[in-house]
Design a protein. Structure first.
Length: 199
């Protein structure tokens, strides 16, 4: 029995050159689980709220009011996104406003338990630090950390806890972390795949 998988591409908007990742997930992943995977593949630390925008609807972790959206744990990706090329949005940290765009690169089937059922295929550039002030704040941050003569250089490096390489993207380390997560993922969610078998 084979199950459906999506290859997704995600890009952090408002920054050039682009910060992006291409990665594979089970099609029946919940939006709450997808949020966890996005946090890992992008390099965020899951310290803030998030929201998916799919069609005209919003999905978030703990909606308090109707306009906040629907609970992300109750919806599976393949219930909402069906076709290759389909796109949707993901907002992380309502204060900094990190907008991401995702789209489905490919839909395919394979056996569950395959080594590449949750894997990053490609990507570029490091994730910005948290609480940096969004895309504009990040650009200003890069100006500071690239210039030791800047008056704010030493305090920024101290706040950061070391140097920052905006081009660094370690796909091998990321995939090692994803393999660890898959084990945890299975233990928490026994019905990971739902009913997306190939007919």
């Amino acid at each position: 029995m084979k199950y459906r998988f999506y290859m997704l591409e995600i890009e952090l908007l408002g920054i050039e050159p682009a910060i992006w990742r291409s990665f594979v997930v089970p099609a029946s992943i919940t939006l709450a689980q997808l949020h966890e995977v996005i946090q890992m593949v992008m390099g965020w630390t899951d310290c803030h709220s998030y929201r998916f925008h799919i069609g005209h609807q919003r999905y978030t972790r703990w909606p308090e009011l109707g306009e906040d959206g629907l609970p992300s744990k109750d919806y599976h990706l393949d219930e909402l996104v069906y076709e290759e090329g389909a796109g949707f949005g993901y907002l992380y940290d309502f204060g900094d406003g990190w907008e991401h765009q995702l789209f489905v690169e490919e839909i395919f089937y394979m056996d569950p338990g395959a080594s590449d059922e949750l894997v990053c295929i490609d990507g570029a550039r490091a994730c910005p630090p948290e609480n940096i002030g969004g895309a504009l704040g990040y650009l200003e941050f890069l100006d500071v950390v690239s210039d030791p003569s800047n008056d704010e250089y030493e305090s920024t490096i101290e706040w950061l806890g070391g140097t920052f390489d905006s081009e660094r993207f370690d796909i091998d380390e990321l995939n090692r972390q994803l393999k660890i997560y898959v084990h945890y993922f299975r233990e928490r969610h026994k019905e990971l795949y739902g009913t997306n078998e190939e007919e």
